[in-house]
Design a protein around this ligand. Structure first.
Ligand code: CUA
Length: 362
């Protein structure tokens, strides 16, 4: 391809005919190709799977438009570049100088104004998407998310339940309040297109509304230490009924645990009471019972020591035997004056409570 104006125009002449009919035709083809490629890429992105949340769908539309505009610009710029390389490259034997172009105000205004207009439109649209997906709904379910090295913990304040999995009902907005225990983490649900920093010094918030039942990965997206890659959890989207039954089961399990803890505390209190009232405290020091007796050995830490005191005897066996037959366990340096009739003075249940109590002294 040759370009006649290269040879005919004298240096400095403004009469360069760059837009000849061939260039015009090419510009038209390039424009059509850019529009088709941009729309095609925006509508059909093979790398993006369908989002599973209301917010994800909004974000995907924004992303597709940005990708479509980017694709169109890419086709225009690369097309013009390739066309120019072929069309305007130096021909064999052509030793003339190129035309002395000193700028083109129209062109410069256009290539500044068009991209600026595109960026402003995308910025306004992005803001609208953000405002839409962060608009709180009155019936939103509130969940507190805690990031810790290296796990996620989910707390449902309305029911007092803590879970290692994030269970949420479908088609209902979930208001997440995120907080870190120590370092910065990032809460990311790829299928929902939601990513939010989790900070140690403040609470960050985000909203998710699931549109498809299923289990989706929650990933930590901020390098937070050696276990960062393993900091994952499951997000389980359920029907409203399934979610309610999961929550009810979690509440029941929590109540059962609280009862057990309460029962354990009761047993220890009972043991302490027996320790004080039955005379143990008079001779054996024990800080948990505020006992300071000096006659016999101190029992601080006895629960730990008991396991290794007599070979072949478990901690429980040793403590029980020491109470019932103290003469068998004389400790050097202390007079052997402990009464040997505790199996009569105390009931079986009282001895059990006392043994439990002493075992708990660590
Ligand atoms: Cu937490 Cu990475």
């Amino acid at each position: 391809m040759s370009h006649p104006s290269h040879h005919e125009g004298s240096a400095g002449s403004p009469a360069q005919r760059v837009f000849d009919p061939a260039s015009r035709a090419f510009a038209l083809i390039l424009g059509i190709a850019a529009v088709v490629a941009g729309i095609g890429m925006g509508l059909w992105n093979p790398l993006l799977r369908r989002a599973a949340s209301v917010e994800g769908a909004e974000i995907d539309t924004l992303f597709s438009i940005a990708l479509g505009v980017g694709t169109a610009i890419f086709v225009v710029v690369q097309g013009a570049l390739i066309y120019s390389i072929i069309r305007f490259s130096r021909q064999p034997g052509d030793e003339s100088d190129g035309p002395p172009i000193r700028g083109n105000t129209t062109l410069e205004v256009l290539w500044t104004a068009i991209p600026a207009g595109i960026v402003v439109m995308l910025a306004i649209y992005s803001y609208q998407v953000l405002a839409t997906i962060e608009r709180p709904q009155p019936d939103a379910l509130e969940v507190e998310v805690k990031g810790l090295q290296y796990a996620w913990e989910f707390y449902y304040p309305a029911s007092g339940v803590t879970s290692a999995e994030l269970h949420i009902p479908i088609n209902r907005q979930v208001h997440l309040k995120l907080r870190s225990e120590e370092v910065i983490h990032s809460f990311w649900v790829p299928a929902f297109r939601i990513k939010k920093d989790v900070m140690p010094d403040r609470v960050t918030e985000t909203y998710i509304t699931a549109t498809r039942v299923g289990t989706y990965p929650i990933v930590c997206a901020e390098l937070c230490g050696a276990g960062h890659a393993a900091m994952r959890a499951n997000l389980v989207v359920e029907s409203d009924a399934e979610f309610r039954s999961w929550l009810a089961a979690a509440v029941a399990a929590k109540d059962r645990r609280a009862e057990e803890t309460g029962a354990q505390a009761d047993a220890l209190a009972q043991g302490r009471e027996i320790y004080t009232r039955s005379g143990c405290a008079a001779c054996h020091a024990l800080s948990d019972a505020n006992a300071v007796g000096q006659v016999g050995p101190s029992l601080d830490g006895i629960g730990t020591r008991a396991a290794s005191t007599v070979p072949g005897q478990s901690a429980e066996e040793y403590i029980r035997a020491s109470i019932i037959k103290p003469a068998d366990f004389a400790v050097s340096g202390y007079p052997l004056i402990m009464p040997g009739d505790y199996s009569i003075r105390l009931s079986e249940a009282e001895i059990n409570a006392l043994v439990e109590y002493l075992l708990a002294q660590e």
